[in-house]
Design a protein around this ligand. Sequence first.
Ligand SMILES: C[S@@+](CC[C@H](N)C(=O)[O-])C[C@H]1O[C@@H](n2cnc3c(N)ncnc32)[C@H](O)[C@@H]1O
Length: 197
Amino acid sequence: MIQPKIALRLGGYKIFTATPAVGILYEVNGFLSGNVRLRGRDNGSYLYNYLEMLDYHFGPEDNTIEVGSGNIRELYGGLGPAQKCTTVDINPDCKPDIVADGQYLSEIRDNSFKRWRCDPPYNDKTSKGMYKTEFPNFNKLLKTGARVIEPNSLMFLLCSQNYQMCPSNVTRIGFIYISVVPNNETRILNIYVKTRN
Ligand SMILES: C[S@@+](CC[C@H](N)C(=O)[O-])C[C@H]1O[C@@H](n2cnc3c(N)ncnc32)[C@H](O)[C@@H]1O
């Protein structure tokens, strides 16, 4: 599943440094776990080095759909991990490629992408207070995400929950605990793969 060099093998465990994050990732029985630290950004934006960590460990994927894209293009100046993805946000002020509700994406055809990344609001309070929108249902986000990507594509849901529930054609393959520096907030990276249509 994971591509870079293994730092250590210990019994059935493959252990990696979380480069470029600070921390350790380990894979056993096909499931990736880890505990990492990343520095936070303002306004609910992606943590520093978060996307770089994904690209480093899973390889970049140009045909990515980024749901709840927020300010991602501004963050990267249209370069790096945010360069080629198709951005989707419910808020037109974010100037995404597609203004849409990530729970439905009715204008996007099945199997259009090869990776799904999603960074939704983390709770009802933030959703209504900060983003002026209803709190999206994560199961609907995952179900629709799985519809618009091809089988065997990876799915990355960043939230503050250990989100085990997923559609029947999706398997959860990773859980990485992220401690945000310096405020010690918790983020959870839930990783899934779409197994079939
Ligand atoms: C945590 S922010 C994402 C920040 C982004 N990763 C960044 O680095 O700037 C959540 C985003 O989800 C968007 N959003 C909220 N509900 C949504 C929905 N149902 N469908 C699509 N986008 C949604 C908000 O407008 C907001 O831009």
